[in-house]
Design a protein around this ligand. Structure first.
Ligand SMILES: Cc1ncc(COP(=O)(O)O)c(C=O)c1O
Length: 383
């Protein structure tokens, strides 16, 4: 019996779609991550019941954090982008979260920068608020350990290829980290949109709608580039074809990042038939009814799509490219600056991640206060 709805929402389904093709299907992916992160902050004394947690979000993290705050008796303040829709806005309000929504913006970068600036302004007015920094603080890895354990138990002995969209990097990075810790043979395939700095596609623009939740216009400290074996870049049109096919062929109603991951997963399975390929479905299709599913008549047959093999960022081309990444470090434009360093140094890495621990566990209230101050002063680039 679950004690709170967030447990049920956070628990993914593991579905066999085909021989060798599995889907890790979340209703809302980041719930499991936000719950564990907030629990960790409470356990270590970094925050107390009644405190306010703040972060910026384009959608599903806002909902995840609101649920975690509802469960643990904390207040929640979200600086949201225009992609927070009517349904989510209404729920957040009733859940007691305070949402400030930024005006429509011509670019993702402007939108991200504006939201960060607004969070900083709020923190100056309310120094006691705790900034969650989902893109940089690796306490967001913790919740995925239980998911990794479940995958490991259910796929015992399989050589796995995990495929997922990369936004903050927490889901793909954490699942791979925790699976590899259990000695599993796991290859990690990241999925990116065009126009993202994270793996160096910022110079190629996708003329269509942004694929919500993946890619970034600024560096994120939570992306561990060295974990990735292969990268796929997919344009909106290809992701739409993937989402429509996934619903038609397998009856899975999921979002655009899932459609992109599904195409990449099918490709990887064909390339290495001996491995089991597991792709992540981060959210349901409801948010995408008008922009994606209503356009199903335009969807290309996925059998007619194939990635262009590329050896470097300068060869990337629409609508689909694939490159061996082989654990390379972050490209120049994706190196998290001062901000991420400050996070690791003062927050420590999450338990089990292998890097220096700093003060992550058993931090005193005084240390925590210092941590907050330092973070705010040093995190100039941070979202
Ligand atoms: C729809 C969707 N897919 C994928 C992701 C990527 O997840 P992560 O931030 O763990 O990399 C996100 C993140 O917001 C998302 O909203």
């Amino acid at each position: 019996m679950d004690e709170h709805i967030s447990d049920a929402i956070g628990r993914p389904d593991l579905i066999r779609l085909d021989d060798g093709l599995l889907c890790l299907r979340f209703e809302t992916m980041k719930v499991v991550s936000a719950l564990a992160a907030v629990r960790h902050l409470l356990d270590t004394g970094a925050v107390r019941r009644g405190d306010t947690l703040i972060d910026s979000s384009s959608g599903i993290y806002a909902y995840a954090l609101a649920l975690a705050c509802h469960r643990y008796g904390l207040r929640c303040h979200i600086v949201g982008s225009t992609t927070v829709d009517h349904t989510l806005r209404t729920q957040l309000g009733i859940l007691g979260a305070h949402l400030e929504q930024m005006p429509p913006s011509s670019s993702l970068q402007l939108d991200q920068n504006r939201r960060v600036a607004r969070v900083r302004e709020i923190l100056r007015e309310h120094p006691g608020y705790h900034w969650m920094r989902q893109y940089h603080d690796d306490i967001h890895y913790l919740g995925y350990e239980a998911v990794a354990e479940r995958i490991h138990d259910r796929t015992d002995g399989d050589c796995l290829t995990l495929v997922g969209g990369v936004g903050s990097g927490a889901s793909t990075g954490a699942l791979t980290h925790y699976l590899r810790k259990r000695s599993a043979d796991v290859r990690l395939v990241g999925v990116q949109p065009y126009g993202s700095v994270t793996f160096g596609s910022e110079h190629v623009a996708d003329p269509e709608i942004i694929i919500a939740g993946i890619g970034s216009s600024i560096p994120f400290g939570n992306v561990r580039h060295d974990l990735y074996d292969v990268l796929h870049w997919l344009a909106f049109d290809a992701a739409l074809a993937g989402s429509v096919d996934l619903l038609r062929r397998h009856a899975v109603f999921a979002g655009l990042s899932t459609g992109a991951a599904y195409l990449a997963a099918r490709w990887e399975r064909r390339a290495e038939p001996g491995r089991t390929v597991l792709f992540i479905a981060a959210d349901t299709g409801h948010r995408y009814v008008d922009t994606v599913f209503a356009r199903h008549g335009e969807a290309a047959r996925i059998e007619s799509l194939a990635p262009r093999p590329v050896d470097g960022g300068d060869e990337l081309a629409l609508p689909w490219s694939r490159m061996s990444w082989n654990g390379s470090p972050a490209p120049q434009g994706a190196v998290a600056g001062q901000s991420a360093t400050a996070t690791w140094r003062h927050g420590g890495r999450a338990p089990g991640l292998g890097a220096p621990r700093g003060t992550a566990t058993g931090r005193s209230a005084r240390d925590t206060g210092r941590h907050r101050q330092v973070s705010r002063k040093e995190n100039h680039n941070e979202e």
